[in-house]
Design a protein around this ligand. Structure first.
Ligand SMILES: CC(C)(COP(=O)(O)OP(=O)(O)OC[C@H]1O[C@@H](n2cnc3c(N)ncnc32)[C@H](O)[C@@H]1OP(=O)(O)O)[C@@H](O)C(=O)NCCC(=O)NCCS
Length: 325
């Protein structure tokens, strides 16, 4: 018999069980990928988001053993209050026995109680997820390519190129006060990102919100690096990279965006090349950067290829319509 136990307070024991399930699940499906550390999982479960709430469940069997985990992220900011995101893992030796379906039914009930319209989940392109999602009524709404850049081999010569009228500005953590308005304003251009058939909604960025997001990362012990191009009285574009707490090898690409009025002049490539140079100088241990691009985001993929990013693996975004019976 499987029971979905809600977690209200996350104890060390709960986080240990969660970490064990996720690690085993990733080892089965993505054996080449680095696994999250216990500290990263613990921080992810216990640090409160500023624009979302999370509900968590452990699936236990008759002996009380933890055989699966599920998380439901409920977005709370204007423009995304219809949306919820699923995280679901079943320990490999207990798959195909209904654990995933049991957890999913619990999550779907909670998401409907919260009056959500769409439930989305990211999953590897290979493995059992596609069949599971199809069996449980999800449809595939977006495909991503994950790319990796070898920091040592990246072609950063473009960072030397002149961009008259623009200058590069970099910071770590929260945006400096004098740039905060301009940064929040350009962040709204991320709404142009291709989202396929996903019911993603839109995000509205304010100074308070960009500061709050930086605080969440800092609370988790993650390091946020930003490099921006500033010129013609505004922030034209920026790129963000995160080094997760305790990470020694791989940095994660977050946003890269150029505001519409400044597109077509190589500024995206420029800020990204400068970021690589920063990583080499400031974090010489970091060997690679991982990014994920919607497969139809041709401009971003072209910029990344130009720097030397190479294809690593694909993932898919699945979506369940919660209003359908
Ligand atoms: C996807 C996952 C959660 C499924 O968990 P599970 O407990 O094995 O799923 P269930 O036993 O409830 O399977 C329900 C149905 O999904 C389908 N299914 C699940 N795994 C399948 C597989 N490997 N091959 C074919 N169909 C599969 C079947 O129709 C199955 O019903 P059946 O066993 O009666 O034929 C699990 O494989 C997992 O943890 N994967 C890695 C993490 C992940 O990708 N999470 C998904 C985010 S949506």
């Amino acid at each position: 018999m499987i029971t979905a136990v809600p977690l209200t307070q996350v104890s060390t024991e709960d986080a240990t069980a969660w970490h064990a399930v996720v690690s085993a699940s990733l080892a089965a499906d993505l054996p080449e990928e680095p696994r999250p550390t216990f500290e990263q999982i613990h921080a992810q479960l216990s640090v409160t988001g500023r624009d979302n709430r999370r509900l968590l469940w452990l699936a236990t069997d008759a002996d009380g053993g933890v055989v699966g985990v599920a998380g439901l992220r409920l977005f709370t900011s204007p423009g995304q209050q219809h949306l919820a995101e699923l995280e679901l893992h079943v320990t490999p030796d207990r798959r195909r026995s209904g654990v995933g379906s049991h957890l999913l039914a619990t999550v779907v009930r909670a998401a409907r109680d919260e009056e959500r319209r769409s439930l989305v989940a990211a999953a590897p392109g290979e493995g059992p997820t596609g069949a599971f999602c199809a069996a449980r009524g999800f449809r595939r709404v977006l495909a991503f390519d994950h790319l990796l850049l070898d920091v040592a081999d990246a072609d950063v010569a473009v960072a030397e190129a002149g961009h008259p009228g623009y200058e590069l500005v970099s910071w770590t953590g929260t945006v400096p006060d004098e740039l905060a308005e301009a940064f929040a304003s350009v962040k709204n251009a991320m709404n142009d990102m291709p989202t396929g058939d996903m019911d993603y909604g839109s995000q509205i960025w304010t100074v308070d919100r960009v500061r709050a997001m930086a605080e969440v990362l800092a609370d988790r012990g993650d390091l946020l690096l930003t490099t921006a191009a500033v010129g013609k009285g505004e922030m034209a574009g920026y790129t963000e990279v995160v080094i997760r707490s305790g990470e020694t090898l791989r940095a994660l690409q977050y946003d890269t965006v150029v505001a519409p009025a400044h597109r077509g002049h190589g500024l995206g490539l420029w800020v990204k090349a400068e970021m690589v140079r920063r990583l080499r100088d400031e974090h010489p241990g970091i060997e690679e950067i991982e990014t994920d691009n919607a497969q139809d985001n041709t401009h971003m993929i072209a910029v990344n290829r130009r720097l030397g990013f190479r294809f690593h693996r694909s993932t898919h975004e699945y979506q369940l319509d919660l209003l359908a019976e």
